[in-house]
Design a protein around this ligand. Structure first.
Ligand code: ATP
Ligand code: MG
Length: 584
């Protein structure tokens, strides 16, 4: 490709709309352009990267027995009503009507439509397992589309759906996908980590794993053990109940004045007690009920755990008015003692506390020496708190470490959630009708591209991992007015192309400084500079984008050198991907 013909409009300035590095660099390097909030065009360089990621995904899906199909993006509302998600998916679902007033949705995910297909076409256990996948645009009207390709409203996803005849079959398929996903992200040249995850809106009860590209800018917080393989999204991470119940003697319950002290910090400093002696009472509303959630003063509530426990559709903190009506007090003075008309859910640590401090359900007052069981009875005791760095690992004596990641993929054991709702059955070996056991497996292709940049860049631009770089190399003649240099660069460009190297010739009539800056910005792994020494001595300069190393190479050896560099790098990554990725 000639740079003079390539549509890669680079920008010197940092675009005001972009907050994160991948978004900034993709705009600056001429990789994407915005068309509406969360909706982007992929320019030639960007689309080349997307296609490379797609190809790696395809190879790994096919290797595991996946069959590629293409499902419709426009999906009839009836199917979403059958699964029950038409009502619960909420505003994230792009809804539209046809000319006859019929409701449709733009697919945010495809469980309904694929289950509909399979229930119609598959009758017998002999046709199972069945693994079907597609790579296609998805539509989600995200509350806050942001960070460029990271959280778009239109984005490319690979989604595979599996149909098995029993749980053992699903286990095998799930393991295969775990392996395939590990290989895919390894083959993209990324540093990643699989973590235990919450299934979220996709649902299912059989477990879920997210694949995280590790990057400080990641939206997801994860914890992992410093000793064993345990790693989890904090949404999901299990809390370990520390120690044994307190043996303190129960003291007499009494009210204490705490004028103006409503927050944990204010109460602890006003009363001179540690935060872990406080019981925090948080009032939530769901579509069905009002609940009071109790966690220790030094802990944070995990709303995902609470949401799952309540089995509700909507969960939000109660508004000021509700809190006032329920507690007869201003916000900040709620407590479980004497609280009526509300379900009380206590974190497991709460019932181990003695002589705790809680709000008194009276403005400017707290209760001291509150004892669970004696002074109030929780309706339910469960793990509803967030886990933090330094806490014990739930699997071994190790400690948890916190890190940030970008969720690039997620796999789910769905079980019979959709096959039951939509009636996807088959006849087993004994001629009995059974529900199909499903799994679903997604990869955010465009998010993976953004994550690759978040993980691999420097102040000058992108540092593409070789397997997904839009081109392997760029050839830059220093002085494009110099006939000889131009001719030589042209020759080198042609011989590299003949050697199956993906290469750009920067034949633009620009100053060398501009070309070098663009080469760094776009992030070609290798840059070949054809300067004065090329014509005189037959020597060109090769700069490695990642290490910054510069080497002088004889023109006669150049193709061999570049080819070897590219192949060695790819082979190293393939070797890493070939290790055993096992789900324990
Ligand atoms: P998130 O929690 O980030 O909103 P999700 O868990 O809802 O994502 P899934 O339903 O698991 O997403 O979708 C599969 C994959 O699609 C995700 O792992 C992610 O890589 C990608 N993805 C999801 N939402 C977006 C989005 N708005 N923009 C780009 N990629 C996305
Ligand atoms: Mg997910």
């Amino acid at each position: 490709m000639r740079a003079s013909e390539l549509l890669a409009p680079t920008l010197r300035e940092v675009p005001a709309e972009a907050e994160v590095v991948s978004h900034i660099l993709m705009l600056r390097a001429g990789i994407i352009r915005k068309s509406a909030s969360g909706v982007y065009t992929h320019l030639p360089l960007g689309y080349r990267v997307v296609k490379k990621v797609n190809e790696i995904i395809r190879e790994e899906m096919d290797r595991k027995g996946g069959q590629e199909i293409m499902l419709p993006i426009i999906q009839p509302a009836e199917l979403w009503m059958e699964s029950g998600r038409w009502d619960i998916y909420g505003d994230e679902l792009f809804r539209l009507k046809d000319r006859h007033g019929r409701d449709f949705a733009l697919g945010p995910t495809h469980e309904e439509i694929i289950t509909d297909l399979v229930r119609g076409e598959v009758r017998s256990y002999k046709q199972l397992p069945l693994l079907l996948y597609q790579i296609q645009n998805k539509y989600r009207d995200e509350r806050r589309p942001r960070f460029g390709l990271m959280r778009g409203r239109e984005f490319v996803m690979k989604d595979l759906y599996s149909f098995d005849k029993d749980d053992e079959g699903l286990d095998i398929t799930y393991r295969k996908m775990y392996e395939a996903y590990s290989r895919i992200f390894a083959r993209c040249g990324l540093s990643f980590r699989p973590v235990e995850a919450d299934p979220g809106a996709i649902g299912g009860t059989g477990g879920s794993i997210e694949f995280m590209v590790m990057a400080d800018s990641g939206e997801a917080a994860i914890v992992y053990c410093d000793k064993c393989n345990y790693a989890a999204n904090v949404e999901k991470a299990e809390a370990v109940v520390n120690g044994v119940p307190s043996t303190e003697e129960m003291l007499v319950l009494r009210e204490v004045a705490t004028p103006g002290a409503g927050t944990v910090d204010e109460v602890t400093s006003f009363l001179g007690v540690q935060a872990d002696r406080l019981i925090k009472t948080l009032i939530y509303r769901t579509e069905k009920e009002t609940v009071a959630a109790l966690v220790r003063g030094d802990r944070e509530i995990n709303e995902i755990k609470l949401y799952n426990l309540l089995g509700c559709v909507q969960l939000e903190m109660a508004d000021v008015q509700t809190v006032k009506e329920l507690t007869s007090a201003e916000v900040g003075f709620a407590g479980p003692v004497g609280l009526k008309d509300v379900r009380i859910i206590a974190d497991r640590e709460i019932v181990m506390m003695k002589n705790a401090v809680t709000g008194a359900n009276k403005t400017d007052a707290h209760l001291a020496n509150v004892n669970p069981d004696r002074d109030f009875k929780p309706d339910e005791v469960a793990d509803i708190r967030l886990v933090k760095e330094g806490e014990p690992c739930p699997r071994c004596p190790g400690k948890l470490v916190e890190a940030r990641g970008i969720e690039v993929g997620q796999i789910f054991k769905l079980g019979t959630k959709y096959s039951e709702a939509l009636g996807a059955r088959f006849l087993d070996e004994n001629g009995r009708e059974q529900l199909m056991i499903m799994g679903c497996y997604g990869i955010g292709v465009t998010r993976t591209v953004a994550a690759a940049i978040e993980q691999n860049h420097d102040k000058d631009g992108i540092i593409w991992p070789m397997p997904i770089a839009p081109f392997h190399a760029v050839v830059v003649p220093v002085n494009s007015r110099d006939e000889q240099q131009r001719g030589l660069a042209e020759k080198i460009y042609n011989s590299l192309r003949e050697g199956a190297i993906e290469v750009v010739l920067d034949d633009r009539n620009e100053r060398p400084g501009v070309k070098f800056k663009d080469a760094d910005l776009v992030g070609y792994p290798l840059r070949v500079v054809v300067g004065a020494r090329a014509a005189d001595e037959g020597i060109v300069e090769v700069k490695h984008r990642k290490s910054g190393n510069v080497e002088n190479i004889k023109v006669d050896n150049l193709v061999r050198y570049i080819k070897k560099t590219v192949l060695d790098e790819l082979a190293g990554i393939e070797k890493y991907a070939d290790r055993r990725w096992e789900l324990d």
